[in-house]
Each structure stands twice: as C-alpha cells, then as structure tokens.
Design a protein around this ligand. Structure first.
Ligand SMILES: [Zn+2]
Length: 178
C-alpha cells in the first residue's frame, strides 16, 4: 500500500514542470520540505542539531537527504546541506547538479551556500531563517551576502541561484527551538 501511494505521489509530481522551481505551487514545496523536516528529526534522534536537507530531481523524487552530523561526528563541516550534496553527487557520480533542488529546514550558512554554488544546484528552498536558530555565532547574513554577490552557477550561464524562503517556517523553527 505504501509503495502504491509512493508511485502515485511520484506520478503527481511529474505532471508539473519542475525544471523551473519558481513556478511550482506552494504545496509542492511544502511536501518536499516535509522530507527535510523528517531528516531533521533523524538528526535529533542521533544527538545532532534539528537541521535536515533533501535534494530532489526534476520530477520531485528525492535523490539524497542529509542531516547535521556535526556533534555526533565532531566534524564542523558536516552540515545537513553539505551531507545531502555529498550523497547526491556520490549517488549520481557527478559533481554538477543544475537539475536538482535542495530543500533545507534552515537558511544555509555561508559554507553551505558556497557548496550549493559549487554544485551548481538548480535552486535552494529553506524553511526557517537564520534568526530562528539558537546556534551561537550563526551567520545570519550569509544568504543575503551571497545574494548580493549574485552567487552564480558553475555551468557558465551565470544564472543566479534560485532561492525561496519561508516554506514551513514555523514547523522548522519550532523543531529548532525544541
Ligand atoms: Zn551550513
């Protein structure tokens, strides 16, 4: 039954022109963000911060997920977004991901946004902004700084990174504060 429901969900996603994430209706973004929130809960179960990310393909099918492993592995670079990008690239055996979109429960920090640019992701969607996190020294302005710098794709076209914020913001913020 679950497999059948999953197939229906994938089919419903493929009816939408996902090549342009800016044209997707809000409920599609919310459905994908719930996968990132699920990953964030997994991080909490492992003793990490409540931050999760998922990367989806043009049909909306999850390619990889990631969650914060900073505390469990003592690795300051093991942010959810970086972990998701590493897994997606390893799975697809390529480091250039312009057809994929990353969903994160928290506004990407400067390191993660840089990783998104190096991966040439097609877009970044996040839930809670940097002000929602109790993490000390969190770079609240990293996204805006990169946006001002017109963070570009590596594919040579120079298109700015598509960024959408506030998708399921309250849910993600509550998870962070908890
Ligand atoms: Zn980060």
């Amino acid at each position: 039954m679950l497999a059948f429901a999953f197939v229906l969900w994938v089919m419903s996603e493929t009816t939408i022109d996902d090549a342009r994430p800016n044209l997707l209706p809000p409920d599609v973004h919310e459905r994908r963000m719930r996968l990132a929130i699920r990953a964030a809960r997994r991080s909490v179960d492992l003793g990490g911060a409540a931050i999760g990310a998922v990367i989806v393909d043009p049909a909306g099918v999850p390619v990889a997920c990631g969650y914060s492993l900073v505390a469990p592995t003592c690795d300051p670079t093991a942010h959810a977004e970086v972990m998701a990008i590493r897994r997606a690239s390893a799975r697809l055996r390529r480091f250039h991901l312009p057809d994929l979109v990353l969903y994160s429960t928290l506004e990407p920090c400067s390191m993660c946004l840089g990783a998104c640019a190096w991966a040439a992701l097609g877009g970044v969607v996040f839930a809670a902004d940097g002000k929602c996190t109790p993490i000390e020294y969190y770079d609240q302005h990293s996204y805006r700084a990169c946006a001002r710098a017109k963070c570009s794709r590596r594919d040579g076209r120079g298109d700015p990174l598509f960024v959408l914020d506030g998708v399921l913001r309250d849910t993600a913020a509550a998870l962070l504060s908890g």
